[in-house]
Ligand binder design. Structure first.
Ligand SMILES: Nc1nc2c(ncn2[C@@H]2O[C@H](COP(=O)(O)OP(=O)(O)O)[C@@H](O)[C@H]2O)c(=O)[nH]1
Ligand SMILES: Nc1ncnc2c1ncn2[C@@H]1O[C@H](COP(=O)(O)OP(=O)(O)O)[C@@H](O)[C@H]1O
Length: 182
């Protein structure tokens, strides 16, 4: 059965870093999603996201999509099916709403990694170090944008507290080998 690893959690928790580790060490590619937000320094079109404008975004057909502040994000079933043609196991970074859509629609095909840190201060420091503006950090670390794990999703979640990268890789290795045994 084709499977997907959903990676969700607050900004700065390490979702992108973890998806890159999965690609490098397990050949698990990430399905790239679409967004209308501006590119950050170092991001590459079609690798980090498909960077869209409002018009091009509105023409796409989404499996699910969400809005964060002024920006839209969305993922397509076509992109997932395309990735599944070549890989039985793929990953996807989404927010908590997106996780709910995928769990509801794909059921047993979904694995869920919830990535977080012990403290919000750690997230704040990482985002500032990454170059995010103070306003965007404040926005991302409050309200629904914080991407808290909801009670209904907790039973599905493999929780990764990514304070220490060495420990994270050990836990990730254990989680991935448990996926591969199923
Ligand atoms: N539902 C959904 N969420 C997405 C999608 N693509 C990205 N996201 C989420 O949008 C939020 C903002 O992403 P981004 O601007 O890259 O900020 P970051 O989490 O700080 O790196 C994060 O919670 C992502 O997981 C998508 O296609 N669907
Ligand atoms: N365990 C860790 N310890 C310290 N810094 C980390 C750790 N994991 C990731 N980072 C750094 O924190 C920042 C945010 O990580 P990123 O993967 O972009 O998070 P997200 O995709 O969840 O927003 C990046 O600069 C990344 O290199």
């Amino acid at each position: 059965m084709k499977k997907i690893i959903l990676i969700a959690g607050p900004s700065g928790a390490g979702k992108t870093t973890i998806s890159e580790y999965l690609k490098k060490h397990y050949d698990i590619p990430r399905v790239i999603t679409h967004t209308t937000r501006p590119k950050r320094p170092g991001e590459v079109d079609k690798e980090s996201y498909y960077f869209e404008n409002d018009e091009s975004f509105s023409k796409l057909h989404f499996f699910e999509h969400v809005k964060y502040g002024a920006y839209q994000y969305g993922s397509s079933k076509e992109a997932l099916d395309k990735a599944w043609e070549r890989h039985d196991l793929v990953s996807l970074i989404v927010d908590i709403q997106g996780v709910k859509s995928y769990v509801t629609q794909l059921g047993e095909q979904v694995y869920f990694l919830y990535v977080t840190t012990s403290t919000i201060d750690e997230l704040k420091e990482r985002l500032i170090r990454r170059g995010d503006s103070i306003e965007s950090v404040k926005e991302r670390l409050s309200g629904s944008e914080l991407n808290k794990l909801s009670d209904d999703l907790e039973p599905y979640a493999h929780i990764l507290v990514n304070d220490n990268w060495q420990e994270t890789t050990e836990r990730l290795n254990a989680i991935i080998s448990s996926f591969k045994q199923v």
